[in-house]
Ligand binder design. Sequence first.
Ligand SMILES: NC(=O)c1ccc[n+]([C@@H]2O[C@H](COP(=O)([O-])OP(=O)(O)OC[C@H]3O[C@@H](n4cnc5c(N)ncnc54)[C@H](O)[C@@H]3O)[C@@H](O)[C@H]2O)c1
Length: 371
Amino acid sequence: MKTVNVAVIGAGWFGDVHSECFLRAQSMLQGVKIKLHTVVDIYEPAAIKCKEKYGFEYYTTDWHEVIDNPEIDLVDVCTDNKFHREMSIAAIEKGKHVFCEKPLADTVKDAVDMTEAAEKAGITNMVDFHYRKIPALAQLHDLIQAGELGRIYHIKGMFLQDFGFDSPMTWRFKKALSGGGSIVTMGSHVIDAVRYLVGEIDEVCSTGKTFIEKRTDPNTGKEDSCDVDDAMTVLLKFKNGAIGMLMTSWLCHGCRHHHELEVYGEKGSAKFNSERLNELELWLDDPKSPLNGKKTVLIGRDNPYGDLFNLKTGMGVGVKESITIQMRDMVEGIVSGKAQTPSFYDGMMAVKVTSAIIKAADTHTWVKVPE
Ligand SMILES: NC(=O)c1ccc[n+]([C@@H]2O[C@H](COP(=O)([O-])OP(=O)(O)OC[C@H]3O[C@@H](n4cnc5c(N)ncnc54)[C@H](O)[C@@H]3O)[C@@H](O)[C@H]2O)c1
């Protein structure tokens, strides 16, 4: 049996989630063993905690050790955004397979370099856009691909949260550390979702705003300036002629984790909201279809990935299930050599769109998304 040795770099919030999901993905795989080999964090107590919680064999505070360790097959980059490029490229150069958190990189150049390096090396590469693996969104994608909604005319995407009201200063509020504000943190997910559902974005026009200009640094107790958008609104033109709008904000009372997508086509429409993850609201104008008229469809066993969790329809899956599916796909890709999505290419395209949106907001013009 082949063993895939995993190193997770960054044992903060999402490094913890990924570690759990690697363990859970084991039950979906045959003929391959996932071994949690080493967890890395510059903050030693975090590395030790994660090692003990998930049973990693080793921990270290120096990420170079896992890059240099020939036993490691898969490097999972879960640090602050600014390290994604350096760590991923170092791992790729040593022939390792890389799973990277979103956003893939802070700049278009870094994202292009990472994607080219991964493709040239022929390693398995994925980026964490797990909404693609939510059964309801995967079902909507399949319906659109099958032409059930007809030609798509419009899409509306929103990712709204409320954590910005009381968050202290963190790397997310500094452009040099995060690459951007709500349009990067949450927008990269919506951008990937609209690309997944409708296709490539051609041009964008946007406006953004920083409402809370100073936050207290918990380490120094002093106020520090924020230089990223708290909220962004965007107009989109797609290459296939569809049009759309996006809104991202972390200053929305009542929106805990509100990732909403509405798609309107010539034959029907669909609505998805991550706060009701197992539902799809459909309107199909087709008397011959069992879905004719307005329906709230409960997504479950009979929908994409529905057979993986041994749950009845209505019991519901969550975000950790979607990340678990990604970890399964990543390991399957390593074993089979088959390319997986969302890949670094998808991560790079999201960075290109995000940076075009930030440029459009700065210049008050329509901006073409670079090819
Ligand atoms: N896909 C998603 O839905 C999702 C959700 C949350 C976070 N994320 C992404 O995950 C990444 C991490 O976010 P988080 O919320 O877990 O942040 P976090 O601050 O909770 O964790 C980051 C960890 O990385 C460690 N770290 C920083 N620099 C390091 C270095 N040089 N070497 C080793 N460890 C280092 C920190 O000590 C910290 O423990 C970000 O890129 C973020 O955008 C994605």
